[in-house]
Design a protein around this ligand. Structure first.
Ligand SMILES: [Mg+2]
Length: 380
């Protein structure tokens, strides 16, 4: 069933995609957040011309076709744009079969535990403990992640002594409870510093150390993972599948954290999960960009045999100026008892807000327009 129309609704941070197949069925997806105008341009220039006219029921094949047709441009913006196509096609598939995406993917249920993920390096140790306790009481979160070091910080800190104080204070606050604590170094440390911080984390009962070293320095991350007892996680920026094969085969990380949208959508995220499974590694999706990426990640995690304990859930209010989560799509994601229940509505089970769409920049690529220029090459 051919893809006949691809529309985008773009605001500065986020772009929504609507796909229409030749029987009139539709689905909504979303490109990866940040610089949505650039992703939209890539979408209409590099993705749509190769996707229009293809069989929209063969999602993996369509995504692979676009990649193989754009073999000179395999980088992040192609992946970001393709994520919009892929996720719209999964929504359409779910609506066609009247099943939620988690059920299409073979999950037995759609309830997924989430961890409360702090994005803040301005917050004090006491402030973070207070926030975690409050969110734990209100929503039942039983896992929390806080930030240490500085983003790509060359061993620096937000202010002197913040990281040891955070580790000590948050660790002590939840010592002896069943709460799971994770930290994210965001590429901050060299091996020596990462090992020193890692020992502190182990002593404080923290159970996961994310991105201790610059993420592109695989040897450093591997050395830290090998030396420490605390599991080391990472991979949110890695969108190149051979990189994932290498990372898993050589044990760069203990826990794989692909970002479903950075990597190019559900089909490619499933490939990463399969690679991780081959190395007996759990997958905990990176879903820091509070938008539909969290929802997509939850649906897929529900179905993964090697799903990690929790999916990420951003706790910062209004992470994007143009995405107020209670007005961007409905129903909004609700955390109860530390988990999100995805429900049985078909597809992604949500609808973009009409006002949000109306306020976005609209653009379309249509098969009818393209056929007047040249015929699309069919998937063999
Ligand atoms: Mg991270």
């Amino acid at each position: 069933m051919r893809i006949v129309r691809l529309e985008t609704f773009t605001r500065p941070f986020v772009a929504i995609v609507r796909v229409t197949l030749e029987d009139g069925s539709q689905g909504f997806g979303q490109m990866s957040p940040y610089h949505a105008d650039i992703s939209t341009e890539v979408f209409h220039r590099l993705v749509a011309p190769k996707a229009l006219g293809q069989d929209g029921t063969r999602i993996e094949a369509v995504v692979e076709h676009v990649f193989s047709e754009q073999l000179k441009f395999p980088g992040t913006f192609l992946c970001r744009a393709i994520a919009g196509l892929d996720t719209a096609l999964w929504d359409a598939a779910g609506k066609r079969e009247e099943k939620p995406v988690w059920a299409l993917l073979g999950a037995g249920g759609g309830v997924v535990p989430v961890y409360a993920s702090s994005m803040s390096r301005e917050i004090t140790p006491d402030g973070e403990v207070e926030r975690f306790r409050r969110l734990g009481d209100a929503y039942g979160f039983r896992a929390f992640k806080f930030r240490i070091g500085q983003k790509n910080g060359r061993n620096g800190d937000a202010w002197e002594g913040r990281t040891p104080a955070m580790i000590r204070t948050v660790g002590e606050a939840f010592a002896g409870t069943r709460v799971k604590l994770l930290v994210d170094g965001n590429s901050c440390y060299d091996v020596e510093h990462a090992l020193r911080i890692g020992r502190m984390l182990e002593d404080a009962g923290i159970s996961q150390f994310e991105e201790p070293c610059p993420y592109w320095q695989y040897d450093d991350t591997r050395a830290v993972a090998r030396e420490l007892d605390i599991p080391v996680s990472g991979g949110e920026q890695d969108n190149y599948l051979p990189a994932w094969q290498y990372m898993v085969a050589t044990d760069v990380v203990d826990v794989c954290q692909p970002d479903l949208c950075y990597v190019g959508g559900v089909s490619r995220a499933l490939k990463v999960a399969k690679i991780a499974e081959g190395g007996n590694k759990p997958v905990m999706f990176h879903a820091a960009n509070s938008s539909l990426v969290t929802l997509f990640s939850l649906h897929v995690m529900a179905a993964l045999p090697n799903a990690g304990s929790h999916c990420e859930f951003n706790i910062e209010p209004n992470a994007f100026h143009d995405v107020s989560l209670d007005r961007f799509f409905s129903p909004p994601l609700a955390v109860d008892d530390g988990a999100v229940a995805l429900g049985d509505a078909p597809g992604w089970g949500v609808a973009p807000d009409d006002d949000w769409l109306a306020g976005a920049q609209w653009r379309e690529s249509a098969l009818a327009d393209m056929e007047t220029r040249h015929a699309g090459k069919a998937i063999s």
